[in-house]
Design a protein around this ligand. Structure first.
Ligand code: DX5
Ligand code: ZN
Length: 212
């Protein structure tokens, strides 16, 4: 059975001086979730946004906030993001020594929980947790920056996960019309898109084309 594809525009590529407007526009254009990239300058070289921004933009829309934590020691911060309005909280397997406790904490906060793996991290690393997760986020670029090229070598890992896991499989990084098709064929049902949506002038058309 094929699942309906969801598009989660990443606000990292939005106009930050006009964030509320950008979010309203992308929601009106058909965004299913809003992808929020949180970077700490330690787990990844870049620094982006924290809970206060999530709280500020919560008023702009009711669609799910898909918070992607690219931070060390995520367990220390999940509560702040939950309180700020996150609906789905995803942390990196590589950044967390206490995955089981982090999953439990996110669930206790009544939020959906996801785990993410970098392009070179094997699926086996998250295998023990799959039955407890709502979502798996497979990075198709090295996390840290928007606008990178999709790593085709990650496709077999998406296929492998699809065989063992029935929850949401989200892919993140380098999604274009062409790579969207490949990711969907491999088993992904949620596509993160930064440049492919916010880099276009017609957000509706951009979202529709990714879903095709
Ligand atoms: C990368 C971020 C991505 C990124 C996607 O570390 O997790 O969400 O913003 O941007 P594009 O779609 O431009 O690759
Ligand atoms: Zn992301």
């Amino acid at each position: 059975m094929t699942r309906e594809t969801k598009i989660a525009p990443s606000i990292l590529s939005a106009d930050f001086s006009n964030l509320g407007r950008e979010i309203k526009d992308v929601v009106k254009a058909g965004a299913d979730w809003l992808h929020i990239d949180v970077m700490d300058g330690v787990f990844v070289p870049n620094i982006t946004i924290g809970p206060c921004v999530v709280k500020a933009i919560r008023a702009a829309t009711d669609i799910p906030f898909d918070v992607h934590l690219m931070i060390e020691n995520p367990i220390s911060h999940v509560e702040a993001f939950a309180k700020a309005g996150a609906d789905i909280i995803t942390f990196h397997a590589e950044a967390c020594k206490v995955a089981r406790q982090t999953i439990d904490k996110i669930k206790k906060l009544n939020k959906k929980v996801g785990m993410s793996i970098r392009p070179k991290t094997p699926a086996s690393v998250i295998e023990p947790y799959l039955s407890d997760l709502d979502l798996v986020l497979v990075m198709t670029v090295e996390p840290g920056f928007a606008g990178q090229k999709f790593m085709l070598e990650v496709l077999p890992k998406i296929k492998e996960l699809k065989e063992r896991y029935s929850g949401d499989i989200e892919v993140d990084g380098g999604i274009t019309e062409e790579t969207a098709k490949k990711a969907i064929d491999a088993g992904a049902n949620v596509l993160v898109a930064g440049t492919a949506v916010f880099g276009e002038s017609d957000y509706r058309k951009a979202i529709e084309q990714l879903k095709k």
